[in-house]
Design a protein around this ligand. Sequence first.
Ligand code: GLC
Length: 664
Amino acid sequence: MIRKYVYGEPFETEAVVEKMEAGPGSEFVGIGQVSLTDGFTFLYQMAEDDIVYGLGEANRGLNKRGYCYISNCTDDPNHTEDKRSLYGAHNFIVISGEKNVGLFFDYPAEITFDIGYTRSDLLMVSSKEANLYLYVIEGESAYDIVKQFRKMIGRSYIPPKFAFGFGQSRWGYRTQEDFFKVAEGYRKNDIPMDMIYMDIDYMQDYKDFTVNEENFPDFPAFVEEMRKQGIRLVPIIDAGVKVEEGYSVYEEGVEKGYFCKREDGSEFVAAVWPGDTHFPDVLNQDARKWFGGKYRFLIDQGIEGFWNDMNEPAIFYSREGMDDLLLTLRKYAGEDVDRIPLQELEKVTGLANAPEDYRRFYHWVDGKRIRHDKVHNLYGYNMTRAAGEAFDEIAEDKRILLFSRSSYIGMHRYGGIWTGDNKSWWSHILLNLKMMPSLNMCGFLYTGADLGGFGADATRDLVLRWMALGVFTPLMRNHAALGTREQEGYQFENVEDFRGIVETRYRLVPYLYSEYMKAALTDDLYFRPLAFVYPEDSFAAGVEDQVMLGDEAMIAPVYTQNAKGRYVYLPERMMLVKFRKDGEYSKEIFEKGHHFVEVALDEVPLFIREGRCIPLVKAAKCVEELDTKSPEMVGFEGAEYVLYEDDGVTKEYEKEGRYRKLRK
Ligand code: GLC
């Protein structure tokens, strides 16, 4: 059962697609207490054993209890344990225990989730203004509530099937030759690959919807040449449009009034990669349509996928911020450094993503002007929506790969997300794993992290272990920052170990794709916490480093350095399959309970549930070359599996004959 309450005058985020009457937001909403004396506060008394799920892309555990999280889309690449805000804002939580309650706070500005942080038994959700919709969902279990929520927010984005292949990325590939070298590194070493991502250096001076002509003299021919090798190029698009006379996107945007403006009506200037930029007002329908239409420039040249970046939106500094800093520095020029007050010096580090800058520009929505900070969390969502809506017109029945860095619930209908700038840290393998089910709960199915870690230098073993987790995430992309150690699969010794892991992904693509499609088409989860599948099992409820994958399997990646394996908890009897680099696999049955399982660096472990089986095919160099006619079935004798298969290109998901029964 879902109840919708309205407080004040909410902004219509369009996160929810199901039409529902809203009751007046009272102070008592059945299960919790609302206070409106100082903004909005929702209070809920948690029972001792209650688990709190949700919040999508957020820090810390699968069980969010015991910390404080702030939905405030932020470009912060240092995801240490103390961080409260990451790139996304996913305001859905589920309290699971004797009583089960789901809560969605449809509010596009900053909102705080104090989940037993101030007081261990108290859940407090608060925002400065009381203008929001609150959805209260009751159901028989946390899982049931999640499914109701997913139905309410609409079908998740479905990418083309090639997007289930492996992709290589690195900030720093610049010329055509750089890309050919990566392709060669993979193809020569027989490591499968479907995508190479193009980071900002493919553009001319970081200008969206341009290509550097010197480095790519014939871009369509280059795209075509890569395509012949079975590789798709996936360019990045940044939120900020460079301010430059003669650049058509800039000039058109100014002329039509499609950029975000300051209070005085002038275009707001934010410095990002290209230097001064303007932000397209993607919350405005006309501007959104205009910006989305620009993707055609690359689609017309053969491009079939994009990643949207810097769309929190990230601001290195604003004109105002920089002027203020320069003034301050001038004031103290020639002074003894000791005499400069600390708060003045802090202006240097406080330049980026400054809260005051988000109060300096406005959107124009449905005839009303609205200050950015009041709708801050919707920017990445609407930038991605701009592209998604445009694709429906540009390539009506064709799926285009699309994912974003920043997001809000609702964006899950238009694209996937990657979890932003992580680090080559072992702890981030575990964080990657924990985020996946939470993201699925919030509708984001096409997700993955930068495998091998974005910032910091990776080591060979870390990349191998992380890729072995990435085998199972719908988005499987190795990405690294400029200046870090090179971490493409062929950069380390014993390249066959990397080949083996990526090949395992391809052997499993029919299964992974089938489970993805079933989850998307029925508003279900691809990754589930163990407790959703084994609600009666008290051990399962506490497991944070294993997740269920589809209906048949469980994953338990190794995430510590020098480990020979790891402990796992099996909530039922399962078969451990270890995929090896020689194209074979070993299998072993484990009884319900705790076990130490050995996993070598070049192996990919997967647990198959009692009485189930999964299809396995031979690896190929790219997804479209996989032969899926008669898969080998791995798992328990007599088990059956229903395989979903389609062309992976068009949107005829529900056409007859998509399901095929396979038997072990
Ligand atoms: C941002 C992105 C990262 C990208 C870089 C350069 O940090 O998150 O993925 O490589 O910008 O474009």
